[in-house]
Ligand binder design. Structure first.
Ligand code: SF4
Ligand code: SF4
Length: 466
């Protein structure tokens, strides 16, 4: 079966159209399958059943949304949310557990796992909000800055970024009434992110200045190894995200050099998770849909990818949000919530406008999580967990026929979502008792795998085969 069919063609292929299964708009909650425009994003090369739309599947009330202070997340304010005493106890427990498990040779926490985790965090490029000063700019070469249409710029940038390691690439235009609110008001280090009518970006002890003319956000994914993620929650799994962040620091620096070489500014994340809300910008750029994880799920790699961004004054043709049926599938599935050992994720059937605590920003309708439960569990296991990513049916290998089939059918109609979840349980059952937080796959088995692709990423499962 070809995977570049439209929804209608796909269903016809399955004999479902005209077979009594109603796909009329009334049968589909949220967006109907017929009201999406099918204007494709040239640089994403997706099959017809990943539809683009003017609005994302996550509802947003832009009037209610305000620019967020990153440090209000549990990343920055965990001790405030749980109290100093509990924070201290969890820190002590984390140290004791990691110490005991390395000595016990606990799978996933052995000396070799810890050594690889440490190694993966090394060798990254300098990370900075401001662009590098020593780039070979057009000015230094005595030529004019690069000129072209926003569409040409988008294609050129995507080609360069794919070559340098990006998975998928999208673009968001900033509008002060809407998307500009996705740029943080304050960065993780509490510096104010000020958008001002000035010619050049700057930074001092208190603030970082984004010139108003820098109106475009480049958003990209870097896929991660599914196989090491499957060993969550262990040091080996934690290495997966560590390696991706390290990779991205070098990537960001190269992208800043590339933009400077063209005569434009690239304003980067000054530290991990800085600058703006990655899942939201990824959603607006059409790299994926928001999900029960309250994170981005991509059609290519499910949640097993990280999302990064950069602000630029190079005019870029914006990409559009998508609807691949992911948010709709989440309403039925709930597998991540079942496998979350700390029960941090929502079991509600519908997303809500009400955050579950001060760690989330209001103004969007989401499956809000109890972030303090999640963070506390991270301390307990001494890693960043990731079991929910591992459990997600969209995070399992896309090249397998069932997963391509499931993704296509999910995007077409929610009628089969329960059945598809049941089939996924059969294929990807997970540990018998989710409460114990056991990994889906034995970390010791991964150490015997010498047949995996480079970086553990199947790069063919991106742009052409889903
Ligand atoms: S990372 Fe672990 S603890 Fe946190 S929400 Fe996911 S499964 Fe739960
Ligand atoms: S596991 Fe299921 S409910 Fe959770 S994010 Fe994935 S598809 Fe959605």
């Amino acid at each position: 079966m070809a995977f570049n069919l439209t929804r209608r063609e796909f269903l016809k292929d399955l004999g479902l159209l005209g077979a009594g299964i109603t796909l009329a708009p009334a049968a589909v909650s949220g967006n109907t399958i017929f009201d999406w425009d099918n204007e494709k994003t040239p640089q994403l090369h997706r099959p017809g059943w990943v539809s683009t739309s003017s609005v994302p599947t996550m509802e947003i009330d832009w009037d209610k949304m305000q620019r967020w202070r990153e440090w209000r997340t549990t990343r920055g304010s965990f001790p405030e949310y749980v109290g100093k005493e509990r924070d201290d106890r969890l820190t002590k427990l984390q140290t004791e557990n990691l110490d005991r498990w390395v000595k016990q040779n606990k799978p996933g926490y052995t000396l070799k796992d810890r050594a690889l985790q440490n190694a993966a965090g090394q060798g990254s490029g300098a990370q900075s909000f401001l662009p590098p000063k020593d780039a070979t700019t057009p000015d230094k070469l005595g030529v004019a800055p690069w000129k072209g249409s926003p569409e040409d710029a988008a294609l050129m940038l995507t080609a360069a970024m794919r070559h340098m390691g990006a998975g998928t690439v999208g673009f968001v235009e900033l509008d002060s009434r809407t998307t500009e609110k996705l740029i943080y008001a304050e960065d993780p280090d509490k510096k104010v992110m000020s958008i001002e009518d000035v010619a050049n970006p700057s930074e001092d002890d208190k603030k970082r200045v984004i010139p108003k003319k820098a109106r475009w956000v480049i958003v990209w994914t870097i896929p991660m190894s599914q196989e090491t993620m499957k060993t969550a929650p262990t040091a080996l799994c934690s290495m997966t995200t560590g390696l991706t962040y390290t990779t991205n620091r070098s990537f960001q620096l190269r992208l800043q050099y590339f933009l400077a070489g063209l005569g434009y500014m690239g304003l980067g994340e000054n530290s991990t998770n800085a600058l703006g809300i990655s899942p939201a910008l990824g959603t607006m750029a059409g790299l994926g849909e928001m999900s029960r994880l309250n994170r981005l799920i991509t059609p290519e790699w499910g949640p097993i990818a990280r999302v990064f961004k950069m602000v630029t004054d190079l005019p870029l043709a914006p990409t559009k949000p998508i609807n691949a049926g992911i948010m709709q599938f989440c309403k039925v599935c709930k597998k991540c919530a079942e496998f979350c050992p700390s029960k941090a994720l929502s079991f509600d059937t519908e997303p809500s406008w009400e955050p579950r605590g001060p760690w989330s920003n209001p103004g969007h309708k989401a499956f809000f999580e109890d972030s303090t439960k999640c963070r506390a569990y991270w301390r307990q296991v001494g890693t960043n967990c990731g079991l929910c990513f591992t459990a997600c049916p969209f995070g399992t290998k896309n090249q397998a026929f069932f997963h391509a089939f499931r993704n296509a059918l999910t995007s077409a109609t929610p009628v089969f979502d329960s059945a598809l979840r049941a089939v996924d349980d059969w294929i990807n059952p997970g540990p018998a008792n989710p409460e114990l937080g056991d990994p889906f796959k034995n970390p010791e088995d991964w150490w015997k795998r010498t047949d995996l692709p480079i970086y553990g990423i199947n790069t063919s499962s991106g742009l052409s085969t889903i």
